[in-house]
Design a protein around this ligand. Structure first.
Ligand SMILES: NC(=O)c1ccc[n+]([C@@H]2O[C@H](COP(=O)([O-])OP(=O)(O)OC[C@H]3O[C@@H](n4cnc5c(N)ncnc54)[C@H](OP(=O)(O)O)[C@@H]3O)[C@@H](O)[C@H]2O)c1
Length: 286
């Protein structure tokens, strides 16, 4: 079975509906760089208003100016540290207080912790869980009712291909956190797709962003052949199109699709050995 065909088996197709002809409001977390910034540009290019959230205000302001100048769309910025407890709810309140009706929610902000679990602080692990799990859940819980009321919504949770892996040394909570987003997306999609709300987990493979510098993975990334690495724009174009079609799990690009197919087909013992060897080779911790 080809990788594409196996990936198709993971997908649930629902009726097509088109968002190209009406202006929507798209809220994106982690919009100050990488995949989030590419989502913001993509949405603005399609004529949609955007809400941009991250910690770096200068970056957000620069992006907001660029998008309103180039595409004449309305832009809001929401400066927020989404690792803070209840920051997801606070962000949703700020957006709603401005009178915005969020049609598309992109839970994208993320980071990872390169060291081993024992060598990192609990506070760092708690922040990871807050940003990866609690913030997307809070934003979704607060913004979903409006989507259901309007019988239209799109939620894209940026997970990772590691969500399907068996884990390994270093980045200990990363596969677990990303698996949470995958299962959450599937369950929610099952609940709300028939009411016009599509929920997808996006599973990128290797994407050239600031993620590697920020998270101590530069050497690993630099060692990869070019064909294995996607540009953020490629992730975004595919994620947007397939979410629109009602696809639940979206592994982006050929490398992630092949990995996804292998993880579905190969016995768990093989996958455990392979993913743990890969994690071991990339391990930079103690
Ligand atoms: N790059 C890859 O190879 C890859 C592969 C699979 C999945 N992903 C996932 O894709 C998503 C986007 O990552 P990326 O590759 O675009 O990385 P990136 O360039 O490092 O972007 C991360 C974004 O998250 C924001 N962020 C980080 N911590 C935050 C916090 N405490 N509060 C609010 N915002 C915060 C950052 O903004 P500020 O620093 O301004 O706050 C930035 O905008 C992440 O969820 C990541 O796990 C990436």
């Amino acid at each position: 079975m080809c990788a594409e065909c196996a990936t198709e088996l993971l997908e649930n197709k629902f009726g097509k509906s088109d968002m190209s002809d009406t202006q929507k409001y798209v809220l994106i977390t982690g919009a100050s760089s990488g995949i989030g910034m590419a989502f913001a540009r993509h949405a603005a290019q399609m004529g949609h208003a955007v809400g941009l959230s991250a910690r770096r205000e200068d970056r957000l302001q620069q992006l907001a100016n660029e998008l309103s100048d180039n595409y004449n769309v309305s832009t809001d910025i929401f400066v927020s540290d989404l690792c803070e407890p209840d920051s997801g709810l606070a962000l949703a309140s700020s957006v709603l207080a401005k009178g915005r009706k969020v049609d598309v929610l992109i839970n994208n902000a993320g980071f990872s912790i390169a060291s081993s679990f024992a060598a990192s602080t609990y506070s760092a692990q708690r922040e990871f869980l807050e940003l990866t799990i609690n913030t997307p859940v809070a934003l979704t819980h607060a913004l979903l009712p409006g989507m259901l009321e309007r019988n239209w919504g799109r939620i894209l949770n940026i997970s990772s291909i590691t969500a399907l892996s068996s884990g390994g040394k270093g980045h200990t909570l990363y596969p677990a956190g990303k698996s949470f987003l995958l299962k959450f997306s599937q369950s929610l999609h099952a609940e709300v797709a028939h009411r016009g709300v599509h929920v997808s987990a996006i599973l990128p493979g290797f994407v050239a962003t600031e993620f590697q510098q920020t998270n101590g993975m530069e050497d690993e990334m630099n060692g990869l052949p070019h064909w294995m690495v996607q540009r953020p724009e490629q992730v975004v174009t595919e994620a947007w199109r397939r979410n629109e079609n009602g696809t639940e799990i979206i592994a982006t690009g050929m490398v992630a699709k092949t990995m996804a197919a292998a993880m579905q087909i190969l016995p768990e013992t093989w996958m455990r050995a392979i993913t743990r060897k890969m994690a071991e080779d990339a391990y930079v911790g103690d």
